[in-house]
Design a protein around this ligand. Structure first.
Ligand code: ATR
Length: 286
């Protein structure tokens, strides 16, 4: 990549940000599309986020930012225009800068939807969602939109109750009973980020007919057990790429080059085998 004075700016803002893989696949995409542009990570702590965003308004060559933890809710309040989806979800992961104005969007829900659709149909399916934090909101929005019948469980029941009410989904009484009723299980909690996290439930209760999705982007203990039992399963890696791809589409109007974006992450554990059909037809640009 050669930067020039004419280069356009994109980026991701979060805290911490050093773990982010967005610069890897977004810069790959920008280069593939032949754009004179760069995608930069910005590490901004919460107390400086407002100043950061106001400062960004001054940049004439800034096109778009992804917003990640812990800024997704505050970003919604700082934007000048907020999409209906972002309003309903209550969080923003994509900002578009045009002539000093900031438009806010949420593409996390599309990212989740496309990821889930890699392993299951959702219409009419009974789905148990574990967790009622920020990440759960985009998942609930997507599942409702796709016509799934959702049961929501959370360690702190009060949070599950108010989120279930807000999104018009059922409250799950307990995981064990709900497991017997549902076809799909989605983990949106942070449990599994570390291998020694105590399990959310006895994973041996899973049966091969269940589909298990974990939005953490690696093989968590839940996913490992699901695979061993013979369940269809998927981690959150595709969600990461698809939400970014939709952001890119919003910023540039270009069709995101999904295959090259996914390929750029193959050394980071991306589940490439699920993209096999697409990869077979992949050709390098001439
Ligand atoms: P995020 O934005 O990633 O969703 P969050 O808003 O802090 O992060 O939410 C974290 C989620 O993980 C919550 O649902 C939390 O449950 P509580 O609401 O009871 O805190 C869940 N979580 C975190 N640690 C957990 C654990 N050890 N067991 C069960 N759930 C846990």
């Amino acid at each position: 990549m050669t930067l020039k004075g004419s280069s356009l700016l994109f980026g991701v803002v979060g805290h911490p940000i050093s773990h982010s893989l967005s610069p890897v696949f977004q810069n790959t995409a920008l280069e593939y599309l032949g754009m004179d542009a760069v995608y930069i990570p910005f590490d901004v702590p919460p107390e400086s986020f407002r100043d950061f965003i106001e400062g960004m308004r001054a940049l004439k060559n800034l096109v778009g930012l992804n917003v990640t933890v812990p800024h997704k809710e505050v970003a919604l309040r700082l934007a000048d225009r907020v999409s209906d989806e972002a309003k309903a979800i209550g969080a923003v992961n994509t900002l578009k800068f045009s002539e000093g104005l900031i438009e806010a969007y949420n593409t996390d829900w599309v990212g989740f939807l496309k990821t889930a659709q890699m392993v299951t149909e959702l219409k009419g399916k009974k789905v148990l969602v574990l967790g009622a934090g920020g990440a759960s909101r985009a998942v609930l929005y997507a599942l409702k939109k796709a016509g799934a019948k959702v049961y929501l469980w959370n360690r702190t029941q009060e949070k599950a109750r108010s989120l279930a009410e807000e999104f018009g989904v059922q409250l799950a009484r307990d995981i064990k009973t709900s497991l017997m009723e549902v076809e799909v299980v989605v983990n949106t909690t942070s449990v599994g980020l570390r291998d020694d996290d105590p399990p959310l439930f006895d994973y041996n209760l899973l049966t091969p007919d269940k589909v298990v999705i974990d939005i953490i982007y690696k093989e968590t203990p839940l996913l490992r057990r699901a695979r061993e039992i013979g369940c269809k399963s998927m981690n959150g890696f595709p969600m990461l790429v698809y939400q970014g791809a939709e952001s890119l589409r919003l910023w540039t109007g270009c069709e995101p080059p999904l295959k090259v974006m996914e390929l750029s992450l193959k050394d980071y554990g991306y589940p490439i085998e699920h993209s096999r059909n697409r990869l077979q037809t992949f050709q390098q640009p001439s």
